[in-house]
Design a protein around this ligand. Structure first.
Ligand code: OFO
Length: 166
């Protein structure tokens, strides 16, 4: 059993997570087009994680007897001024997602929905990691430079994520 208010808020968050996947897939396209295969690989892993986040919420709504309602996704940006600008946008986006999750936790408490509050704790912890990963990518790109050899090395370094277990 889930309240209508909680159900609607979780459906909104499913849209946010799918929107994250959509945005990061758009970044995969941008990086791949520019020949930054390492960064494209990093973002591809990230986009897949976002689909997993959406499905966690999806399954929770279903298991609680709720009704999943999928909303339209906004068209994401397709081009950024530089790889650094794309990762800065990703970091900013993750900060937005963190505030969405925190608002959901607060709603779960006001609705006295202990099951949703427990499920959302996973997302609270995950968002610490999400912000940390994107912030570190921004720092790496800032330190290694915006072009030339440094950027080639940063691309190689970020590409390691695609072959590692996170
Ligand atoms: Fe789902 O954490 Fe990123 O957006």
């Amino acid at each position: 059993m889930i309240t209508k208010k909680m159900e609607a808020a979780l459906n909104e968050q499913i849209k946010e997570e799918l929107g994250s996947a959509y945005l990061y897939l758009s970044m995969v396209g941008y990086f791949a087009h520019e020949g930054w295969d390492g960064m494209a690989g990093w973002m591809r892993v990230q986009a897949q994680e976002e689909l997993g986040h959406a499905m966690r919420l999806f399954d929770h709504v279903v298991e609680r007897g709720g009704r999943v309602k999928l909303h339209s996704l906004a068209e994401p940006t397709a081009k950024w001024a530089s790889p650094l600008a794309a990762f800065q946008a990703a970091y900013k986006h993750e900060q937005h997602i963190t505030s969405c999750i925190h608002a959901l936790v607060e709603l779960a408490h006001t609705e006295k929905d202990h099951a949703a509050a427990a499920m959302l704790q996973w997302f609270v912890t995950e968002q610490v990691e999400e912000e940390d990963h994107t912030m570190k990518a921004v720092q790496l790109l800032e330190r290694m430079g915006k072009e030339g050899r440094g950027l080639v090395m940063a691309d190689r370094e970020l590409g390691r994520r695609a072959t590692q277990k996170d």
